[in-house]
Design a protein around this ligand. Sequence first.
Ligand SMILES: NC(=O)c1ccc[n+]([C@@H]2O[C@H](COP(=O)([O-])OP(=O)(O)OC[C@H]3O[C@@H](n4cnc5c(N)ncnc54)[C@H](OP(=O)(O)O)[C@@H]3O)[C@@H](O)[C@H]2O)c1
Length: 336
Amino acid sequence: MPPTSFTCYLVSKSGEDKPSAAVTELPIDQLPAGDVLVRVAWSSLNYKDALGATGHPGVVRRFPHVPGIDAAGIVEESASGHFKLGDRVLITGFELGAPAWGGWSEYVRVPAGWVVPLPASLSLRESMIFGTAGFTAAQSIEQLIHNEIAPARGTILVTGATGGVGSLAVAMLARLGYRVAAATGKADAHGWLLEIGAAEVIGRDQVNDTGTRPLLAARWAGAVDTVGGNTLATVLRSTDRHGCVTACGLVGGTDLALTVHPFILRGVRLVGIDSATWAIERRPALWADMAGPWRPADLEKFVADTVAIDGVAPHVQKILAGGVRGRGLVRLSGEE
Ligand SMILES: NC(=O)c1ccc[n+]([C@@H]2O[C@H](COP(=O)([O-])OP(=O)(O)OC[C@H]3O[C@@H](n4cnc5c(N)ncnc54)[C@H](OP(=O)(O)O)[C@@H]3O)[C@@H](O)[C@H]2O)c1
């Protein structure tokens, strides 16, 4: 029987008031239109969700809004020939949770073109331990490989290393045989970063040079930058000849103060990552890599928090304060 109502984390705003959020039950016909209705088992907590949960205009175009850029669950209705009742699927990015209604909800209804079949070797929960963060880390690594940065080239730097993207990048790179330097602002997380695969841990300040030299000593064969701002500028200035740096994040700022010297004197490549729009045709193969040869030895090590839908609010503040280590999961039906 199709459901008649569903519970979600609804962010509302009235007039000039600040946005507010509450767990709310709504009739099922209030879900957006789409080909596939999915009963969500697990979602996750991401930086973009924290922005969505506070009504940030860069993420929320219209109120009311349901955050959650990730969802994994079971198909309950399908008007698409690609999916049938009972299929186990995952959705990350596209418009899920930003600007469309997202996965902090018992149900999502989405276009079939957003849906990826769950790899057989992953549980629904494990797919959300990766979530958008792991998928973004995997895309960053795929770009390093595409730009011929093999393990023998030297050390790969990962910034924001204890965050969701950073920590999964550290672990997957290590699994692929790279030597990884992890940069973090958390003095108490060095041991954990070494455990998940870093060969070296450095302080965040070491990749935040405020001097004016256009180039710094060449230290990195490549880098996965999740921070942006002056951190990204410093990383580009300290990347070795023909190295490759991927950029996905903005927690450290959106401006990029730089000369062209890293590009024209060292041939450094800067590759932007927009995981939300990564083509649907390419997704199953990358998820198969993540579930198979790239998979970190112990995915459970990355789970920092598991919360029910009525427990997300404190985690939103933690994410915005940069206090995250690893991944946060949101339990909906909780099916494995
Ligand atoms: N482009 C895309 O497709 C895409 C996809 C996913 C995420 N993102 C972006 O990537 C970034 C990371 O995402 P996430 O999910 O990993 O976030 P997260 O789990 O909240 O982690 C962010 C990490 O960045 C570091 N950090 C926080 N504030 C900082 C600051 N002011 N200066 C320097 N470092 C700081 C912290 O790590 P340490 O304490 O270890 O330094 C923090 O744990 C976010 O900006 C997010 O929006 C982009």
